[in-house]
Design a protein around this ligand. Sequence first.
Ligand SMILES: Cc1ncc(COP(=O)(O)O)c(C=O)c1O
Length: 403
Amino acid sequence: MPTFSTRFSSFPAYPLAHIPARKRALLEAGVDVIDLGAGDADLAPPPAAVAALQRAAEQPALQRYGFGLGHVPFREAITAWMHTRFGQRFDPMTEVVPLLGSKEGLAHVAFAFVGPGDVGIIPEPAYQAYLGGTLLSDATPYIYALRPRTNFLVDVDEIPDEVMRRARVLYLNYPNNPTGAIAPLDYLQRVVQVCHERDILLVYDNAYSEMGFDGYVPPSIFEIDGARDIAIEFHSLSKTYNMTGWRCAWAVAKPEIAGALAKVKSFTDTGQYMGIQAAGVAALASWADFVPTNVAIFQQRRDAAVAAFRANGFSATTPQATMYLWMPLPSGIASKDFADRLREEAGVIVLPGSGFGEGGEGFFRISFIQSPERIAQAARRAGDVLRTMTAERDGASALIGAP
Ligand SMILES: Cc1ncc(COP(=O)(O)O)c(C=O)c1O
């Protein structure tokens, strides 16, 4: 057996990789599984996108390599949308990078900006691509624990000076997966200012920009003065249009930054299928018809989830954005134990906080990916498991305390 590289050997296991196989085994055993795990809704993509893909499949020119350039109308649709939605103008040819889903771009961008001796600042809990990109670049991750104390914001003024001096990249994601937190504009201004002072690339993951509730409209980082100099922002069709499997996303940044990501990608992929990019044009054009109605469905599910989990003994804060509820567990109940038992004993899939890095311990996440009725059913089963585990914990500590 050839030996693994040192870098590969230092890699942690991808925390949630085993769940699809367990789900399949439970379904095969006849269990009524309620999956509230991955952020992967049971809802349909815009019909216009599906029709555009069908048409694209018949067009010979779209069946060839897209290369980094891709389908030019997709670049143009992206810049038109960024202008309509955020009032920000970008050049379609030099400031847009089409991606095969935003995950690969979030990981690949690190290759261009960090290396051995450099630090990448990574919030935890967080989407694991940030850590992956940093480790694959042989840089050192500095983990910042997101806790209620800072409203789940990375307080850049708390990070030690010696870390900030070596930091080349800061990953931020608001609206945030998994905590549901949002970032106030004055907070973003401070972050941009600090990134300027320290010459740090701000990687702003805006995958949930279209999933605000109760009238909240998430901003682009480029609405903050000065962000153009130091930021790259990532967007995706995945959550906004229920198109997770299509792998269609983009990054925007000034030409030097966008060009660096495009250059890395020119060595690792040959572009998304142009038929999917053509469907992306149709999805973006359907924003006004599709997105508000889709978000209303998620808001209804959010309300159902908050009510049902509270009624079953959980403490749930109503998120203003994203498709997630991030709930604390009572002390002494490890999130992995809870998630494992809930899945194996009650057929409900949730994600343990520790699956998003150690900083996520003490919490678990559910996604609004099923109907309000199924979410309520899952909450009842979760309440039963929590009561059993709490009683076991109390029984064990009573025994320890016994004379
Ligand atoms: C915060 C965050 N960023 C990025 C992604 C990746 O999305 P995509 O499907 O575009 O790769 C996800 C997916 O769950 C996410 O939660």
